[in-house]
Design a protein around this ligand. Structure first.
Ligand SMILES: Nc1ncnc2c1ncn2[C@@H]1O[C@H](COP(=O)(O)OP(=O)(O)OP(=O)(O)O)[C@@H](O)[C@H]1O
Ligand SMILES: CC(C)(CO)[C@@H](O)C(=O)[O-]
Ligand code: BAL
Length: 289
């Protein structure tokens, strides 16, 4: 496994692979890897001749009062895990390598980046779209793998790639969960034992909404209410946010659930913001092909 710390090194490597006719799968991450990240790497491994993973805690997607400094990091362990998964190269730049000192060009999916998590974290999706564009330009992969857990991020990246004709196939990978249902996240290690015990309420609220929709006709408002009530019953989480939107483009939905929707939720436990998501189909589409 090659470890590249400069753009020049990783560019030279992927250029050589392309010249040899090898397809390249790419999984961008912020490190502190868990089974969710490894699911991206395995999918990339299964679908491509060569696999590149990046590890970069991107400062520009964190707000001034967010957890950039306390974001968990363990690059040595990450490299061991990636070697075991058969990754071919890891791109591990530092911030000075990634960003020119006076950068003033940004990528932003305007409407999508201002709703939901974008309202809680102003500037976040501009930081994500910009760094992902840079990473795509540096690595030039055929396909890139992103977790459905960060559903709004995945939607922003699909939009950006379509709008700017970026020649990369975007693949969404289902959320990997702990045995009690909590979506795996690097930030879970920062939960207190009490908050960790309470956090699966996010998944339970989504299970309840999915089960309700499977039983028969239901309105989007009723689903939203059911999720909110489940979250509000939690003794520990704060500031629950719930939305149910069109699964393909996150446009608002009202009235009867007639098309696939996605429930997007977030809640704070201590100073940790947890998110989760579930695609919910109307009952008559449950068994559709
Ligand atoms: N549980 C998961 N299942 C599948 N993919 C995941 C999971 N968690 C993260 N990913 C994906 O891994 C990629 C890198 O995410 P990142 O490094 O931010 O990890 P994270 O665990 O989501 O961290 P955070 O605590 O910031 O949410 C993203 O595409 C993300 O959606
Ligand atoms: C896509 C990403 C690596 C960009 O920094 C990050 O937002 C993440 O880890 O999901
Ligand atoms: N997993 C999304 C990256 C972030 O929370 O900043």
């Amino acid at each position: 496994m090659q470890i590249c710390r400069t753009k020049q090194e990783i560019r030279a490597l992927t250029r050589r692979w392309r010249a040899e006719g090898r397809s390249i799968g790419f999984a961008p991450t912020m490190g502190y890897l868990h089974e969710g990240h490894l699911a991206l790497v395995r999918r990339a491994r299964a679908e491509n001749d060569a696999v590149v993973v990046s590890i970069f805690v991107n400062p520009t997607q964190f707000g001034p009062n967010e957890d950039f400094d306390s974001y968990p990091r363990d690059p040595e362990r990450d490299l061991l895990l990636l070697r075991a998964e058969g990754a071919d190269a890891v791109f591990l730049p530092d911030a000075a390598e990634m960003y020119a000192p006076h950068a003033q060009t940004f990528v932003e999916a305007e409407r999508l980046s201002r709703i939901l998590i974008g309202r809680l974290r102003p500037g976040h999706f501009r930081g994500v779209a910009t760094v992902v564009t840079k990473l795509f330009n540096i690595v030039a992969p055929d396909a890139a793998y992103f977790g459905e857990k960060d559903y709004q991020q995945l939607t922003v990246i699909r939009r950006m790639v379509a709008d700017l004709d970026v020649p990369v196939r975007i693949v969404g990978v289902p959320t990997v969960r702990e045995p009690d249902g909590l979506a795996m996240s690097s930030r879970n290690v920062r939960l207190s034992p009490e908050d960790r015990a309470a956090a699966p309420v996010l998944c339970r609220a989504l299970d309840a909404a999915e089960a309700r929709a499977a039983r028969g006709p239901v309105s989007v408002e009723a689903l939203r209410r059911l999720i909110r009530e489940t979250l509000e019953a939690s003794p520990r989480g704060r500031d629950p946010r719930v939305d149910v939107r069109a699964a393909d483009d996150l446009s608002p939905l009202r009235g009867a659930l007639r098309r696939p929707a996605v429930a997007l939720i977030s809640m704070r436990f201590g100073d940790v913001l947890l998110i989760d998501q579930r695609v919910i189909r109307p009952a008559d589409q449950e068994n559709a092909p």
